[in-house]
Design a protein around this ligand. Structure first.
Ligand SMILES: [Zn+2]
Ligand SMILES: [Zn+2]
Length: 634
């Protein structure tokens, strides 16, 4: 008799049952798949397995294994919390993308000192290295067991389970309701860290009790944990809300309301630079630029279907002269009505309308997040109206355009998804298939790798989503290209074909950056606030050492300004070190320092953001260097 063991390279080998323990230990398995099903390691090792079974070791380094590993740490955390604070009730504790959490019911929030205590206790539990033991209990018995301990959340969960029997995991006296599997022993945990505490409603329901969620993470090695913690520090340093304050770029104000952004002069200047670039490039790419109102009659949103399908994201209508008006959640209907303003022929197509259109959408206050999730934002929106035979070429152009734009901002790696026909859809299967094939072809022709999200499209058409990878290797959803069979129908859009008959155009919605607010937030974190020269609100700061140098400093500034650059002089009676420090905190690209030598030689020395010094340069020579750098958008 032999057992079939699947190896990590995909091959399999037949082994005698008595070798199983050795084999699993040799790869350092933490769990196993038995005939495809995830199971605990220990029972399999002691032979509680059918000899006809196919066994696959699960190691902690795999995504699946890491989930088991981290979830086991969440049990250990709950164990430690109840040891230290016996009055605390436990709720749930899953593993999540970069770690795990556990929700606790406790009146006072956990403090930083509490977390330290809990970590210490967890280390003790891990040192003991007790086994995680799986137990099966009758569900009714289990309800009694947890009711007896006052664990009302577990009772609530158990009341909703349909099975008669439920499983538990116990280590060193701490028992938790759990499907498993788990690590064989607590001692297998090598590196963990508790990260933060946040309020979380039980079951995510704002009407239920607010619990305390402790977040933590765990890794297989101490080095991996260290790298991850350093990454978190960098994420904190680059938080766009923090940088937004430090660099005086934007703010939000309670007197105005949540999710509404105030762009300060420096932020507004960057935004204007992005908008100028965006408009210029759209004109080059044969788009027509539009402006449309912020409100429209409610009837328009009925025609577009927003009232029926999008109302949870829309604000209440307002009454104007007895007619209901609505703040716009999207720009599309306006562009459609501009299209419909006169008759269109097949020769007019494609028509490309673009607008930096500000829209308002309701978001729950709990999900609002800095610039990334707001209630009022400006989409870099465009709608392309074309014939069916033009879809592929248009999508290809949009893809080229998108990549050009994203690369200009330093994003060179993407993750692309093509979403296809869902179960509920409008239009014919044939038109869906033709459009989807056109999207696929356009991606293939551009040599872009993508994954298909089968059935993941909106009900009105297939789409392409592009996520961009930032400097910290995080992905952000920004660009979308969406085919729409629905709106042309709803608004009865037509064009006269070469056959003289009326046809429906295809509508493509697309946004390259998504929204200016969100894109700006991503950009701010991507650059860590150190904007490239073409975007930097202040491109050079001219610093004088003494007031003897004011005249030359002013001349340098004036000449830079005349060349279309954005300099600023600092002629305050302050120490040069202080001036340098202040400008460095503001992440200004070039510091031009003017002292006796510079003034006498009519030359400048330049200090870069990274502290390097360059020069001396003639004034015109350096202005030309800056101008080229701005032109190249480096
Ligand atoms: Zn568990
Ligand atoms: Zn649209």
């Amino acid at each position: 008799m032999t057992i079939k063991l699947l190896l990590s390279d995909g091959s399999a080998k037949e082994i005698p049952p008595q070798d199983l323990k050795k084999e699993l230990e040799s790869v350092n398995a933490i769990a196993v798949r038995v005939n495809g099903e995830l199971r605990d390691l220990y029972p399999v090792i002691i032979g509680e397995v059918d000899t006809s079974a196919v066994i696959e070791p699960v190691v902690a380094a795999s995504a699946e294994g890491l989930g088991i590993y981290r979830h086991s740490v969440s049990h250990i955390m709950a164990h430690a919390v109840q040891d230290l604070f016996p009055e605390v009730k436990v709720a749930i504790g899953p593993s999540i993308e970069d770690g795990f959490y556990y929700d606790f019911d406790r009146e006072t929030p956990f403090s930083v000192e509490d977390l330290e205590k809990i970590e210490k206790k967890m280390t003790e539990i891990i040192k003991k290295s007790s086994p995680f033991v799986r137990k099966i209990m009758d569900r009714r018995e289990a309800i009694e067991f947890f009711r007896g301990k006052g664990e009302e959340y577990k009772v609530e969960i158990l009341n909703e389970i349909a099975d008669d029997e439920v499983s538990f995991y116990e280590e060193d006296g701490f028992t938790d309701l759990c499907r498993g599997p788990h690590l064989p022993r607590t001692g297998r945990v090598k590196a963990f860290k508790l990260l933060s505490v946040a309020g979380a409603y039980w079951r995510g329901d704002e009407k239920r009790k607010m619990l305390q969620r402790i977040y933590g993470t765990a890794f297989v090695t101490k080095d991996e944990l260290k790298t991850y913690l350093e990454f978190l520090e960098e994420v904190k340093r680059r938080d766009h809300r923090k940088l937004g304050k430090e660099l005086d770029l934007f703010s939000m104000n309670d007197e105005i309301g949540s999710g509404l952004i105030l762009w300060h002069p420096n932020g507004a200047l960057i935004r204007k630079t992005i908008e100028d670039f965006w408009r210029e490039e759209h004109i080059k790419a044969d788009y027509n630029l539009l402006f449309t109102p912020h409100i429209a009659r409610l009837d328009l949103w009925k025609t577009s279907g927003h009232v029926d399908f999008y109302s949870e994201n829309m604000y209440s209508p307002m009454d104007i002269d007895g007619v209901e008006y609505e703040l716009k959640p999207m720009n599309c209907p306006f562009h459609i009505l501009i299209y419909k303003n006169d008759l269109k022929s097949y020769r007019d197509l494609p028509i490309r309308y673009a607008e930096l259109g500000t829209v308002y959408r309701y978001e729950r206050s709990g999900v609002l997040h800095g610039l990334l999730r707001v209630r009022g934002f400006t989409q870099d929106d465009a709608h392309i109206f074309c014939r069916e035979d033009q879809i592929e070429a248009e999508i290809r152009k949009v893809l080229e355009f998108t990549i050009f734009m994203l690369e200009t901002f330093g994003f060179r790696e993407y993750s692309i998804y093509l979403s296809t026909r869902p179960e509920k859809y409008v239009g014919t299967v044939e038109s869906w298939e033709r459009a989807t094939a056109a999207l696929r072809m356009a991606l293939d022709n551009k040599g872009l790798k993508f994954s298909e999200d089968v059935g993941g499209g909106a009900f009105y058409g297939p789409k392409i989503d592009i996520k961009i990878k930032d400097a910290l290797n995080r992905y952000w959803q920004c660009s979308t290209i969406q085919v729409d069979f629905n709106n042309p129908e709803r608004f009865d859009m037509t064009y006269r074909g070469s056959d003289g008959a009326e046809h429906r155009p295809i509508m493509i919605h697309r946004a390259l950056m998504g929204s200016l607010e969100r894109f700006f937030g991503v950009l701010l974190e991507h650059y860590g606030g150190a904007f490239p020269l073409w975007l930097a609100p202040v491109q050079a700061k001219v610093l004088t050492i003494s007031d003897r140098h004011d005249v030359f400093a002013k001349e340098v500034c004036d000449r830079m300004k005349a060349a279309g650059l954005r300099p600023q002089a600092d002629m305050r009676n302050e120490k040069i070190g202080f001036k340098i420090r202040e400008a460095t905190i503001r992440k200004i690209p070039y510091l031009v320092i003017i002292g006796d030598k510079e003034a006498a030689n009519r030359q400048i020395t330049v200090r870069l953001r990274n502290g390097d010094n360059k020069g001396p340069y003639g004034v015109d020579e350096f202005i030309e260097i800056m101008r080229q750098e701005v032109l190249n958008k480096q």
